[in-house]
Design a protein around this ligand. Structure first.
Ligand SMILES: C[S@@+](CC[C@H](N)C(=O)[O-])C[C@H]1O[C@@H](n2cnc3c(N)ncnc32)[C@H](O)[C@@H]1O
Length: 183
């Protein structure tokens, strides 16, 4: 099973009808689509990406699936998460997903950056409910990816966050899925 599928199968255990979730890296919208299906018509998804292309692609996808009304799209860095997620949602978000790196099919020079990723992760912890989960896929194979992965590991150790780490395969450059509980 691919790591993205593994992430979805974990998220499936946490996110239910009427819940609220965050996609911190909207990209082409597949994770948001999954979350929007899970939360149903009474729930919602806050979705962030810095690229206009991601907003356009994902809106098209979600419109086709008749899920667009469940999604709040924000074209902004995920390190501004707390400026956009309503205060009354803090501590109530069931899942926050990160799928790091670049937009597949887009500009490979626009990638997530360690500083803003770490800031967003700390904010995601504040958003998360006690029975929620943060799912993060980090890629060690592209320029800067390994450093970003190491910085995430350091933050998790430093904060002593409960975490499960699932590598895609045994090679040192394989992507890694982190599953973090509420700290
Ligand atoms: C691997 S893609 C995400 C895939 C997506 N979750 C999906 O299901 O298609 C990574 C995305 O992160 C976005 N990104 C990069 N830096 C970001 C930042 N600081 N804040 C939010 N999104 C960012 C990129 O623009 C790209 O679209």
């Amino acid at each position: 099973m691919r790591l993205t599928e593994q992430a979805h199968s974990e998220l499936d255990k946490f996110v239910h009808a009427g819940d609220f979730a965050i996609d911190a890296t909207l990209g082409n919208g597949y994770d948001t689509q999954f979350l929007a299906q899970k939360v149903g018509p009474d729930g919602g998804v806050y979705a962030f990406d810095i690229q206009k292309e991601s907003m356009e692609q994902s809106t098209r996808l979600l419109e086709k699936q008749l899920l667009v009304n469940r999604v709040n799209f924000t074209q902004s860095c995920h390190s501004k998460m707390l400026e956009h997620v309503p205060v009354n949602m803090l501590g109530k978000i069931k899942a926050v997903t990160f799928n790091l790196g670049y937009l597949p099919g887009g500009d490979q020079n626009i990638i997530t950056q360690p500083n803003t990723t770490l800031s967003a992760l700390k904010q995601a912890q504040l958003c998360l409910s006690d029975d929620g989960v943060i799912s993060l896929i980090a890629y060690r194979g592209h320029d800067g990816g390994k450093y970003e992965f190491e910085e995430i590991e350091n933050l998790i150790k430093q904060k002593n966050w409960p975490v499960q780490k699932i590598p895609g395969n045994e090679t040192p450059d394989s992507p890694v899925l982190f599953l973090m509980d509420k700290a």
